[in-house]
Design a protein around this ligand. Sequence first.
Ligand code: ZN
Length: 212
Amino acid sequence: MITHCPKDDLLLSYSAGALGESWSLAVGSHVQMSKEARDDVALGEKIGGSLLGDIAPIPLEKSLDIVLDRLGDQEHIGGAVEPQQDALIPSPLCDYIGDSLEDLDWSKVGNGITQHLIETSDSGQARLLRIPPGTALPEHEHSGRELTLVISGGYSDDSGSYSRGDMADIDDGLGHQPIADEGEDCICLIVTDTPVKFKGILPRILQPFIRI
Ligand code: ZN
């Protein structure tokens, strides 16, 4: 069961097709794995569509009434993105890496952790991170936004426990140290807009080489 979703601004921007490529990849993958997120996106699309239908200038309160009326007429909300809960790799991610995690080039990051960088056209950096069971990432802080979508396995940090389909949406500058659950590798899709700030000296030295 999915308990962590991205913030509303991100889902609404996704609905409006306003996200950059890397962010859209992460949010679209999460949306495919989460019925709640699919419903939110479908609602955003309906609101956007209704507002676009009201080209003539009318007072904002009246415009909102019209949108709510129209939404009330629609029995079913959802289904804008086809669910695909059974496939390991959600299809937006499949478009970039194919359908096998094992066949990818995984480069070493240190401490048994490996990554696969995903090229996108926007300024966000997308990567897959593979963390061995029970292994901790170096403690770090963020000066920008970081999305983490769990593809398999799970991890925990101060903010909670995350398992397959969950998305962590961090933009508060707080530090954290994710630790992979025991039992299997944790594989996550991560998108960042600025380099993270590591607290330890060794990760800071390695940072230019591993492009985190
Ligand atoms: Zn982080």
